[in-house]
Write a protein of this length. Structure first.
Length: 202
């Protein structure tokens, strides 16, 4: 079925609204998200926090690598692109890994999860021994509402594209290497891409 630009975006917004129905407002936008005090998160939003409009989901002209359907992460500009037809892409604002934890290369979305559980890797637990072995999915979970698991040659890279209620971290380098999107944006991306999707991180 063909779809114009307005319907394309409306599909994602409707899906996000349905997926988050019944959840606290903080789960959707990150406003008031200081309730999220899970391991590895920030303490809370800055006073008078407002999301920069540049990090809001939008269709933009696109020149870069990847065929339509490819996910491209540009770490320098803090954007994730889902490549579309006709020289366009759906762009999402993101947060990335802080210095020493960033990653680049190519991978494949081998697994997708809804309100995923979080298993901190052994290396992270050595740095932060207070972390749990496992944290169940939910709005306090650092992986947020959805997660895309990135593999190379069938091996888990341990890097994810995932959600967060900490929307004030968009455009920042704050994570332990993973790429974080606002919860409503990762819900939108999650429902658009199948497993096997190519991911390019540059």
């Amino acid at each position: 079925m063909s779809m114009d630009r307005r319907n394309f975006l409306s599909l994602g917004l409707s899906a996000a609204a349905c997926s988050l129905a019944g959840m606290p407002a903080a789960a959707m936008t990150g406003v008031g998200a200081s309730a999220q005090q899970g391991p590895g998160t920030l303490a809370g939003p800055p006073q008078d926090f407002v999301i920069d409009p540049i990090y809001m989901r939008q269709i933009v002209p696109y020149e870069g690598p990847g065929r339509p359907g490819t996910i491209v992460v540009r770490t320098k500009t803090r954007f994730v692109y889902l490549v579309l037809q006709n020289g366009e892409a759906l762009r999402y604002g993101c947060g990335i890994g802080r210095d020493g934890f960033s990653w680049s290369g190519e991978a494949t979305v081998a697994r997708k999860a809804v309100w995923p559980a979080w298993y901190p890797p052994p290396e992270m637990r050595k740095r932060q021994p207070e972390l749990p072995v496992m944290m169940a999915g939910g709005i306090k979970n650092p992986l947020g509402a959805r997660a895309l698991y990135l593999y190379q040659n069938g091996v888990d890279t341990l890097y994810r594209i995932h959600g967060t209620t900490e929307a004030w971290t968009m455009g920042q380098a704050v994570s332990s290497g993973c790429v974080r999107l606002m919860n409503d944006d990762i819900i939108d991306l999650h429902q658009r891409v199948p497993t096997g999707t190519r991911v390019i991180v540059i």
